[in-house]
Design a protein around this ligand. Structure first.
Ligand code: NAD
Length: 276
């Protein structure tokens, strides 16, 4: 079995980026908005800022209280849109329940939308055109599959999960590479029957233990996007890694698979948007 090593692959991408950045006379600036005190979000934001710093990308953290009001968040976004020293804006999700993410994402200037979540950038992806940026997690998955030369054309890819940030954009990217794509979700009946047909199986449901060995086709390529906290407190994905790995041709570990690729793509988007 081939372990699709996102850690090593992302380090290569980051070291290339570092060289590009060293040659640039002015540097991009990434603004990160964090609302509330979600512990996972705090860790993600810290990691993103740490990476940015290592590369010489300036980053700015706008940390807001849990009870932030809608008009306050809109004002923060408007200020960052107008601020010429800020070249990329990231709104860390999820937001507290009283705030609807779409109301705010849709107000970010598309040319600063480093996550590729604005209607403009998602619409460009839907239209098979280059927007300013593509969503980091799906983009990172595609890059990892490319790195390991996993063929996609004509193959059946099953994406478990239909969120706007992972499942849906990933399905579009796979289609663009001529895969035959099925999207499964929480209301899908007979999930196992569908996953068993997958040449490429992507698990992005956020349910540990969801994908067991009997749900996977012999020789399939399995990508586990999820980051769950297991009973033992350790990080795990949706896939029963230990049993599934004996059946498949390639699989991503959790951690060390999709996670580091996501951060690498965020950094790459920050640099590419600055240059275009
Ligand atoms: P989400 O909760 O928005 O979406 C989950 C999707 O899974 C939904 O579309 C839902 O219909 C589907 N689903 C839930 N239970 C299911 C079931 N039993 N069977 C089939 N489908 C089911 O989550 P998200 O933001 O898309 O993230 C998904 C997972 O990926 C989470 O674990 C998250 O932490 C992780 N994630 C990882 C990265 C990374 O960088 N590695 C980035 C983003 C998200």
């Amino acid at each position: 079995v081939i372990i699709l090593d996102g850690k090593t692959t992302s380090e290569k991408i980051l070291s290339d980026l570092k060289i590009r950045l060293e040659e640039m006379s002015s540097k991009p600036c990434l603004a990160v908005i964090l609302v509330g005190d979600n512990p996972a979000s705090q860790i993600y934001v810290r990691n993103k800022q740490k990476r940015a710093k290592e590369l010489g990308i300036e980053s700015r953290l706008i940390s807001c209280p849990q009870n932030l009001q809608k008009d306050e968040l809109l004002a923060i976004i408007q200020n960052l849109n107008a601020d010429k020293s800020v070249t990329a804006i990231l709104l860390q999700l999820p937001l507290p329940a009283h705030l609807d993410a779409f109301d705010f994402i849709s107000q970010i200037s598309p040319e600063k939308d480093v996550d590729g979540f604005t209607p403009y950038n998602l619409g460009m992806l839907m239209s098979a055109r280059n927007g300013f940026a593509n969503a980091c997690t799906p983009k990172g998955i595609m890059r990892l599959l490319e790195e390991y030369k996993i063929p996609l054309e004509g193959r059946h890819a099953v994406v478990v999960g239909r969120s706007n940030i992972v499942g849906k954009p990933l399905a579009l990217m796979l289609l663009e590479k001529n895969a035959t794509v099925t999207i499964a979700h929480s209301k899908t009946r007979n999930l196992a029957q569908i996953t068993k047909c997958a040449d490429i199986l992507i698990a992005a449901a956020g349910k540990s233990g969801l994908i067991t060995a009997d749900m996977v086709k012999e020789g399939a390529v399995v990508v586990d996007v999820a980051i769950n906290r297991g009973h033992d407190g350790k990080l795990c994905g949706d896939v029963d890694f230990e049993n599934v790995k004996n059946k498949v041709s390639a699989i991503t570990p959790v951690p060390g698979g999709v996670g580091p690729m996501t951060i690498a793509m965020l950094m790459e988007n920050t640099v590419d948007m600055f240059l275009c």
